[in-house]
Write a protein that binds this ligand. Sequence first.
Ligand SMILES: Nc1ncnc2c1ncn2[C@@H]1O[C@H](COP(=O)(O)OP(=O)(O)OP(=O)(O)O)[C@@H](O)[C@H]1O
Ligand SMILES: [Mg+2]
Ligand SMILES: [Zn+2]
Length: 508
Amino acid sequence: MFSITNSVGLFGMNAFPVTVEAEVSRGHTQFDISGLPDAGIKESRDRVRSAVSSVHIPFPKGRVLVNLAPADVRKSGSSFDLAIFVALMQATGLLPQQMPDSLFVGELGLNGMLHSIRGVLTMTMLARKNGFRAIYVPAENVREAAVIDGIEVYGIRTVSELLEHLQGTHPMQPAEVFEPVISRSRETVLDFCDVRGQVKARTGMELAAAGGHNILLVGAPGSGKSMLANRLPSILPEMSREEILETTNVYSVAGQLSMVHPLVTERPFRSPHHTVSAAGLIGGGSIPAPGEISLAHNGVLFLDELAEFDRSTLEILRQPLESREVTISRAAGTAVYPCNIMLVAAMNPCPCGYYGSTQKKCTCSRKQVTSYLGRISGPLLDRFDMHVDVDPVAYEDLASHDKAESSAVIRERVEKARDRQKARFAGTSIYCNAMIPDHQLKEFCHLEPAAEGLLRAVHERYALSARTYSRMQKVALSSADLHGHDAITREDIAMAVQFRGFESKYLN
Ligand SMILES: Nc1ncnc2c1ncn2[C@@H]1O[C@H](COP(=O)(O)OP(=O)(O)OP(=O)(O)O)[C@@H](O)[C@H]1O
Ligand SMILES: [Mg+2]
Ligand SMILES: [Zn+2]
């Protein structure tokens, strides 16, 4: 007997339809699966065999052949187990021969239990797009799938539960559509009210948050760089539904969602240690998994102690930072992961940490300072829209009893600035000022004549790169958004210039 059923495969973020065909014919007892890579075949066979015996059904006698089509696409993972089981049950006559509107994904355990798999959200999106009526997923993945409406989602705990449902003896109800509650776990969020003094650095963080700009914090030890960076999430705007789905998709594929957190509703904040490998940062593996930069999608990637990172590891960030996606090529195919991030980095200006400080004398030689700063390449520096000098906190500020402005107040201003950007970029795929492509700069950045004059003067004085020229305008536009006006003024440009001090202060 021959049967056919539907499943989905996954490579990177890319889901693709797979049909599972099963044929039981006379001959020697044998069970073969074709169309899977070698290692997967044996294991999948064993799991399916065990699941069949868990429901006390004798394994089909004779020659059992299962084929996963298309054969020329490399398939991996264990997510086809459930569809293979269903196809076998169809071929033995225990289930209807044809269920063309249903799709099955899930890994089988040895006793017929279903185990969670990666990428269920992505798979469900594909299923709906391709017009399926129902998708059957492991119970642990059901909430992730139920975010998608317009398709029935069934969460399956065991294969016997699935059989009873499909045979009609114990029909199940599809899961209710899961509406994400956009909330912030406010208690756990670090607050800007703890940061005393540091007026300039606070302004810098607010401006960066307003436009989604990459920002580099440079300063002496203990000046509060890590403290400032760790508080950035508390002033970032809430995620849109679109962003939630995008980021959840990355976590779904990375297998990092749980029943408790089926959706990523808070902007990610990733701070990998400086010993992170290139693959850990950018993504990798034979079937490429997303790296830290993609797990930070629509959020923040924080590189603390930037100068301690391996230089070649940092260099590979350059291209993804520009294109806002990572492309990883393998023999098996090419995976593309999004990485629309705000890059935040902190570093000391020299080995002793006090170069350029007004408070303490630097004990490093000129050569030491140059070689320390040289660990960050010019092109990478260029990718920071803003540099902030973080000076040690003044004693009066530390001793003062006044509470500084809280994150909630700052966030309100940031949200207002982002509302202006939402209106500005309506109908485009741009979310914030930092994302404006250079060729559309003229379209969105309108400079008043005085602003134009200042920009020209600064450009000539510091021989800025073309990239810096456009980045400064985007930062100035965020300043305009924070202040609630459309055209960029001289003050906005001055604000952007103020946060470009690194080259002039440290590198000349
Ligand atoms: N502006 C500030 N207001 C209040 N406390 C501060 C401030 N700056 C620093 N501190 C205190 O100093 C500690 C160290 O700050 P933090 O770790 O952010 O410094 P850092 O600049 O990252 O130093 P390093 O260069 O050594 O990494 C903080 O935990 C905090 O207690
Ligand atoms: Mg620090
Ligand atoms: Zn020094």
